[in-house]
Design a binder for this molecule. Structure first.
Ligand SMILES: [Zn+2]
Length: 137
């Protein structure tokens, strides 16, 4: 059975361990859009053992803190949808008042066509910030 998230990392890998990975996704208008992806096939958070669930959320919050300090967004949006793939994953999305959908969800009605100015946080900066936040947590 083909699975996109088994066959490919699903983005630029910023951090990983045996259980999960953090990838930076290329999403037009959304610099810093990250996903925390569980490596094996688990569909729901409630199917994860308690320590795995805690591990997953610890990483989600480390990514959130790393994005906040690297990019200073107006808001972080956290979402777990996963209707298309058999991997629990969290979207960690920095939001800015001039991004394409703000204040609507990124999946909502587009609010403007302007491309937001890219707010410098390159891959290595984000990867380092995530490692530091995980070390501090
Ligand atoms: Zn898979």
């Amino acid at each position: 059975m083909k699975c996109e998230l088994c066959d490919t990392p699903g983005g630029t890998v910023l951090w990983r361990d045996k259980d999960c990975r953090v990838v930076l996704v290329s999403e037009r208008g959304y610099p810093g859009f990250c996903r925390v992806i569980w490596n094996s096939h688990v569909r729901e958070m409630s199917d994860l053992a308690e320590e795995h669930r805690a591990h997953c959320m610890n990483i989600v919050f480390a990514v959130e803190r790393a994005l906040r300090r690297s990019m200073n967004p107006a808001k972080i949006n956290l979402a777990s949808l996963g209707n298309m793939v058999a991997h629990v994953h969290w979207h960690v999305i920095p939001r800015f008042s001039d991004d394409p959908h703000f204040p609507q969800p990124p999946w909502g009605q587009r609010q403007r066509d302007v491309e937001p100015v890219r707010r410098g946080a390159d891959e290595s900066t984000l990867a380092r910030a995530i490692r530091e936040e995980l070390a501090a947590s």
